[in-house]
Design a protein around this ligand. Structure first.
Ligand SMILES: Cc1cc2nc3c(=O)[nH]c(=O)nc-3n(C[C@H](O)[C@H](O)[C@H](O)COP(=O)(O)OP(=O)(O)OC[C@H]3O[C@@H](n4cnc5c(N)ncnc54)[C@H](O)[C@@H]3O)c2cc1C
Length: 563
């Protein structure tokens, strides 16, 4: 548990299976499905070599393409920017290559077991991420209302933080059957998960995160709600999530998505790039040594400008260079608002209810700023106080979260001066990077009056505001109250037997389609759904010993709410 306030109920890890991102909406064991020696299934030999368009070369698109290739199909990946998408690792201009900044995803819970399947496959190493009060984080400062609290463990914080933690524990116990749900997830007990969740969804779909807190007697005090919003659980301040559906938050805390985060050594962007170059041992139809890279002559096709149907079942793709190609199936993995804005689309691509669901998608803004520094000077002890010079910092000032990355005294290091979401991110939007850095350094000076951070900076800063990136609408989707039905339509779209034939053959995957948006695990899980969808569409099947996500769908399907 990495909580600043250890707010999810924390039991000692019992023996047996750990908590994973198994459900609660769709409790399918993607990790077991991936690990099974029978593989993900097969398509009829007559289909081998058939082209399938994969739009978007982020993690979801690359996983989709990789698995389609292994089945003997020919994925044709279109990417408008860089392979990797929101797994975007950048270097600092003029600095050596071992300085990296994670502009998108930067910390991955071990609970994301389908994601780790691919991290392990391509041989990437991970290391604990220095979240607030995580065991590997030397120290944490919580700075609220102009008062700073230094802590090595949660017990070092003033008593009110413990009260807030207890209030969250009590709220989850009394209003969300927390312990029972975690036991069911641990036991992979899909029936109990569904019983608990299917009861909560209709009750809570209309509720915001903040409303959920206000309804809890444990959070009767405004001050407690305020501190909780500023310090939160796991990774830090969560008040920017207060307007979102409480179902989004419960999904995260039940499944351990905010716990025990690890970063990928050298950067997360290596994962999709290595998978792009990876030649799988188990591959059908294609000669040994085939990879996505060899199938594409080294690089993906350019971005997609137009999508339409030229015959029932066919998807015709026009790329930004004007090349036109028609496919018997396609998987769309970019943010779905691209279908409403940057890509010219034929309305016949989806039924109208799906278009409505796409249109209702709500995105969270997010900004980050990083600077390279000469060394991890924060580990220097202040001789007067015996404290670290500087600490991982949570604050109600503009930067909100400052992360200190690096612990080798002999090496340069990196500071994430600020990581913000939603309204907090929009406050940075008008400022160029130099002004962002000035405001951030000023805030840090208030918190650490004797520390001259600027003196240690050895290169230019890098920044991102995802809401201003050309091919993105924000950092990630976050459902608002009342959005469950839209999310349900998008997630279940990969099972197309009930759809009129004219709408089949185009599949949706990626972060927007996932129940746990903002977590790369969802991008992988939805990719595997789309792969199953394509396989099924082409008359293929899974091995009876290893059924896929669509095979036993009726038994574990997300609950349908009435209109
Ligand atoms: C700031 C931030 C922090 C995050 N933190 C975490 C974290 O700590 N842990 C975690 O697990 N996850 C985190 N995530 C979420 C994680 O990054 C995503 O879930 C995952 O990377 C999404 O992958 P994807 O393939 O679905 O989408 P993307 O990575 O967005 O891929 C879609 C691709 O489509 C491309 N595209 C767009 N338009 C077109 C077009 N017209 N034609 C062709 N291609 C197009 C885009 O360029 C992009 O490469 C974070 C994300 C952000 C932004």
């Amino acid at each position: 548990m990495t909580a600043a306030v250890p707010t999810a109920i924390h039991h000692d890890e019992p023996a047996g299976r750990p908590i994973t991102m198994f459900g609660p909406d769709f409790p399918f064991a993607y990790d077991d499905y991936l690990a099974h020696p029978a593989g993900l299934g097969s398509v009829p030999a007559g289909r081998h070599g058939t082209e399938v368009a994969v739009i978007g070369g982020g993690l979801s698109g690359i996983v989709t393409a990789y698995e389609l290739m292994k089945l003997g199909l020919r994925p044709v990946v279109y990417e408008i920017g860089e392979v990797g998408g929101r797994l975007r690792t950048v270097r600092f201009p003029g600095c050596p290559d071992d300085f990296v900044a994670e502009m998108g995803a930067m910390r991955f819970p071990p609970a994301s077991t389908a994601l780790y399947h691919y991290i392990d496959k391509v041989g990437l190493e991970t290391t604990p991420f220095p979240n607030p009060l995580a065991p590997g984080t030397p120290s944490t400062v919580v700075d609220l209302k102009g008062q700073s609290h230094y802590a090595r463990t949660p017990e070092d914080l003033p008593a009110v933080f413990g009260e807030v933690a207890a209030a969250w524990d009590r709220t989850l116990t009394e209003q969300a059957s927390f312990a029972e749900m975690q036991t069911a997830i641990r036991d992979r007990d899909a029936k109990t998960i569904k019983r608990l969740w299917d009861e909560l969804v209709p009750q809570l779909d209309n509720q915001t995160f903040y409303g959920f807190l206000c309804d809890s007697p444990a959070f009767a005090s405004f001050r407690h709600r305020e501190i909780f919003g500023q310090v939160g659980f796991g990774t830090g301040g969560w008040d920017t999530d207060f307007p979102n559906s409480i179902l989004e938050i419960l999904r995260v805390v039940y499944t351990g998505a905010d716990d025990e985060h690890r970063s990928i050594v050298g950067g997360s962007g290596q994962l999709p790039r290595r998978l792009w170059d990876h030649a799988p041992d188990e591959i059908v139809f294609w000669p040994a040594g085939t990879s996505l890279s060899t199938l594409h002559g080294g690089r993906p096709h350019p971005g997609v400008a137009r999508l339409h149907r030229t015959a029932p079942g066919n998807i015709t793709v026009t790329d930004v260079d004007g090349h036109i190609r028609t496919f018997p199936a396609a998987v769309f993995t970019a943010q779905s608002w691209m279908l409403l804005s940057q890509i010219e689309c034929d309305e016949a691509l989806f039924p109208i209810d799906h278009w409505t669901a796409i249109e209702r998608t709500h995105y969270m803004a997010s900004s980050k700023v990083f600077v390279p520094v000469d060394r991890p000077f924060w580990l220097d002890r202040d001789p007067a106080t015996g404290r670290d010079t500087m600490s991982m910092t949570l604050t109600d000032r503009m930067p909100r979260g400052t992360y200190l990355l690096g612990d080798d005294p002999a090496k340069p290091a990196v500071i994430c001066l600020s990581y913000t979401w939603a309204d907090d991110s929009l406050k940075w939007l008008p400022l160029p990077v130099s002004e962002r850095v000035e405001v951030m350094l000023q805030s840090l000076r208030e918190i650490y009056p004797g520390v001259d951070v600027r003196r240690h900076i050895i290169g230019d800063p890098v920044t991102v505001s995802w809401e201003a990136e050309p091919h993105f609408m924000g950092a990630f989707k976050a459902n608002l109250p009342g959005h469950y039905r839209y999310q349900h339509r998008l997630f279940t779209h990969f099972v197309q037997d009930e759809l009129p034939a004219r709408y089949r053959g185009l599949f949706l995957a990626g972060d927007d389609i996932s129940w746990t948006a903002g977590w790369a695990e969802g991008a992988v899980q939805t990719a595997l759904n789309a792969v199953w969808g394509v396989l099924h569409h082409f008359g293929g099947e899974t091995d009876p010993a290893n059924p896929g996500p669509g095979d036993g769908f009726a038994d574990i399907a997300p609950i349908t709410l009435p209109d």
